[in-house]
Design a protein around this ligand. Structure first.
Ligand code: HEM
Length: 584
């Protein structure tokens, strides 16, 4: 590095979000290390860009405007003067500010901050006034924060999601299994179903209780770690969390009645008490999925001076282009995870020689649900990917490691993205175009269409996506094999390898679930609200993030030990009616 580069680099060394103005030129040569950046935090000042004709004033303005717009700042442009700057008396009745904002254009409206501000016209002459009136940014609710532990804050949030989401799957699907088994008892009078439903209801209660803990931590984290996000957009998505809270209370009340009402209510009344649990489990998670859909595909509001106006919470959450695919994909994931995780416990028991009617019944019911859901998930996954291709092309390019825009783009299995292309992967020509647009010659947008700072970490997203799809395909094969055997011979496949595959499917479905969320959330980076607010602008300025992270990790480790202990205890509890356990 030359002394010139070093001086420039030191002078412009800034932490946090900044606009990139370019590189220094010394004695006619471009110095790549002499990076000139201005912190976003200083963008609330007035400025002057001056220079002779042809020295790049317009280009500089354009760079500033584009990057500020990308960062979620409303950018207005207005040509003030053709002539050299001279003091000008404001006309009567017209305030100076009104002059600057007179025919403001390019405000943020509805869905998205415009990613490209039109070229500033007519900026000629000796001096060009700075045309930008940065009308406040999305981060203005609390002002931009200097958070050097942004990565740790994200990891902390991710840890909480990873702990909570498997429990959400059980909240979605497990009550339906329990109520279905109780319904079988009411229909057939077979005591085995009552024993099974009763034991599973205790598991449902235990997992619900743990979910309350992890869910509470999660909701506190949203406010504590991302205050700008909550303060700016709370009124857009708050409706979702409010309904989720109501669903939670309904669920809690009815789970209590259900678990403690087995011998106190009539069989019919008891069964009916199970239905609100199923509905509330569905409704609560639906709301959270709607919020996530909105974060990926924001709409239903306008931004003015960093504040939301004309907010339509219902449209934001439920008329969102991402709502349906996220809902269906996550619900199927719920049945796949709860189904295979439960089935794997009983498949293990069968492998260990405990081949009782109870274990076979407890295996068949969740396995049937997961086996039906997993082949459908592959089809739904294709729908999801096509929606992503339309609305988040950069995320799609990251999923596939597509460095440059290509017509008839190939797909690479495995391999490593080196910043330009995938290396060492298995290349399948035209497959990406075919999958994303159902046309082998379709043009797919590459990562190079946005600056590196607007790209997600490609290898993380790619690896997560390929893991999810790989496991999803394996689970779908198990499902098809199980369904085909059942259709032909009306019983479980006998093979030990099948039982082993079901045992493996339990933890693998959890891995697919977490990989799916990594795909969605990391794939959305660097945005917390796609195209509108950067994650770095949403984060808290508070200290102590690493301490909080370490504490949280300890809390979750303790919780995991408690859950395993509790579930083992429930599994080992003696049967009230041993006959029902072994008979048949
Ligand atoms: C087998 C084929 C599959 C395909 C093609 C597929 C495709 C996708 C895609 C493209 C996304 C990103 C969506 C976005 O960013 O908005 C996604 C997300 C996700 N996937 Fe999959 N997936 C598959 C299987 C699975 C399986 C088996 C599970 C779980 C058991 C799963 C769980 C998830 C979850 C939880 C998300 C995040 C929530 C969402 O965006 O809906 N996926 N999937």
């Amino acid at each position: 590095m030359t002394a010139f580069s070093e001086t420039i680099a030191q002078a412009y060394a800034v932490d946090g979000a900044a606009v990139d103005l370019g590189r220094g030129v010394h004695e006619g040569a471009l110095e790549a290390d002499a990076v000139v950046r201005l912190p976003l935090a200083t963008m609330n000042r007035h400025g002057l860009i001056a220079g002779a004709t042809g020295t790049g004033k317009t280009r500089t303005l354009q760079l500033l405007a584009e990057q500020l717009s990308d960062a979620g700042v409303s950018v207005f442009r207005r040509r003030l003067q053709r002539r050299p700057l001279r003091a000008r008396r404001p006309r009567r009745g017209r305030r100076a500010g009104a002059e600057a904002h007179g025919r403001a254009r390019a405000a943020v409206r509805g869905d998205r901050v415009p990613r490209r501000v039109p070229r500033a016209r007519g900026v000629t002459g000796v001096a060009a006034h700075l045309l930008l009136a940065a009308a406040g940014s999305t981060s203005s609710a609390f002002g931009p924060s200097e958070q050097k532990y942004l990565f740790e804050a994200r990891q902390m949030q991710a840890l909480s999601f990873a702990a909570h989401i498997p429990l959400v799957c059980f909240g979605i699907a497990f009550p339906a299994f329990v109520v279905f088994v109780e319904w079988l008892h009411l229909r057939t009078g077979d005591p085995l179903y009552r024993v099974l439903a009763r034991r599973w209801s205790k598991v449902m209660l235990a997992l619900f209780a743990v979910g309350v803990v992890t869910g509470t931590i999660l909701s506190f984290e949203l406010g504590l770690l991302w205050p700008n996000f909550m303060a700016t957009f709370g009124d857009v998505f708050g409706l979702g969390f409010a309904i989720e809270g109501i669903s939670f209370f309904v669920e809690a009340i009815f789970i209590g009645i259900y678990v403690y009402g087995w011998d106190r209510l009539s069989p019919r009344a008891h069964f009916l008490c199970g239905i609100p649990i199923v509905v509330a489990g569905f409704a609560g998670s639906l709301m959270v999925i709607a919020v996530n859909g909105w974060m990926n595909h924001p709409g239903g509001f306008e931004l003015k001076d960093g504040r939301t106006i004309h907010v339509h919470p219902f449209a934001a959450l439920f008329e969102n282009g991402y709502f349906w695919h996220e809902l269906v994909h996550m619900y199927l994931a719920g049945y796949i995870v709860a189904g295979f995780a439960t089935a794997s416990v009983y498949a293990w028991a069968l492998l260990r020689g405990r081949d009782t009617r109870y274990n076979r019944t407890a295996l068949v019911i969740p396995l049937a649900a997961a086996a039906l859901a997993s082949p459908v998930q592959v089809v739904v996954g294709d729908w999801v990917a096509r929606d992503v291709a339309q609305a988040q092309p950069v995320k799609l390019a990251a999923l596939e490691g597509l460095g440059t825009t290509e017509r008839g783009a190939p797909e690479h299995l495995l391999g490593w993205y080196d910043g330009h292309e995938v290396r060492y992967g298995i290349r399948i020509p035209k497959l990406l175009s075919l999958l994303a647009f159902h046309d082998p010659n379709a043009t797919v947008q590459g990562l190079d269409t946005v600056p590196v700072r607007d790209q997600p970490p490609v290898n993380v997203v790619r690896f997560a996506f390929q893991t999810m799809v790989g496991i999803g395909t394996f689970l779908a094969l198990i499902g098809v094999f199980y369904a085909a055997t059942w259709y032909r011979v009306k019983r479980l496949p006998r093979s030990v390898w099948f039982l082993r595959a079901v045992v493996a499917a339990g933890p693998l479905s959890l891995v697919a679930l977490i990989a799916g969320w990594i795909t969605t959330e990391v794939g959305r980076q660097p945005w917390i609200v796609y195209g509108v607010m950067r994650t770095s602008d949403a984060v808290t300025g508070a200290g102590g993030i690493p301490v909080g992270y370490a504490t949280l990790a300890l809390v979750y480790a303790g919780l995991a030990v408690a859950v395993v202990w509790l579930l083992r205890r429930l599994a080992r509890a003696p049967f009230a009616d041993p006959e029902a356990h072994v008979a048949g």
